[in-house]
Write a protein that binds this ligand. Sequence first.
Ligand code: VGL
Ligand code: ZN
Length: 198
Amino acid sequence: MHALILVDLQYDFMPGGTLAVPGGDDVVEVANQWIPKFELVVATQDWHPPGHLSFASQHPHREIGEQIDLNGLEQILWPEHCIQGSPGAELHADLDQEQIDAVIPKGTDTSIDSYSGFFDNGHRQATGLGDYLNERNVSEVTIMGLATDYCVKFTVLDAVRHGLKTNLVQAGCRGVDLNEGDIQRALQEMQAAGVALI
Ligand code: VGL
Ligand code: ZN
């Protein structure tokens, strides 16, 4: 089985959202074009409790974009985003959600971030996505979404580690580029891991 994985197509990552990715809303129609080609479609959803420790607001004297040590892991501090139950956490309404078989929440533990749809950033706790794909005999995945240099990259690299043949729809991704070149480096890193950019 070959599954499509849609990463974090949520309002907070689109123009007008709190962690807006430039052109983030462009990829919704790309997703809608790809969805009908797949028998199995899974979406990840960044789903943070209020007070999540990836939020700069939780760290006095720290600013958005700064990097800190969070329980032994490097953590970039983000604006508050994708708070559970808030409008910004919703998947974009134009996305063809009837065709989505499962939505996998991630980043639900206050003390650790989760860029990948498979594991938290410390690879300590699984989200259930890996088991879900195994149970359905998925051997190949095609991935797209937001943001290229964070959640897409880490989801893609974990998919490869999970033993899945992995493709990336480049036109279906947009990135943050906090440091100029991050998107390009992320694409190179994924390609070097054996991912096909399509
Ligand atoms: C993301 C930063 C923080 C993403 C999620 O979806 O790429 N980036 N949380
Ligand atoms: Zn997040």
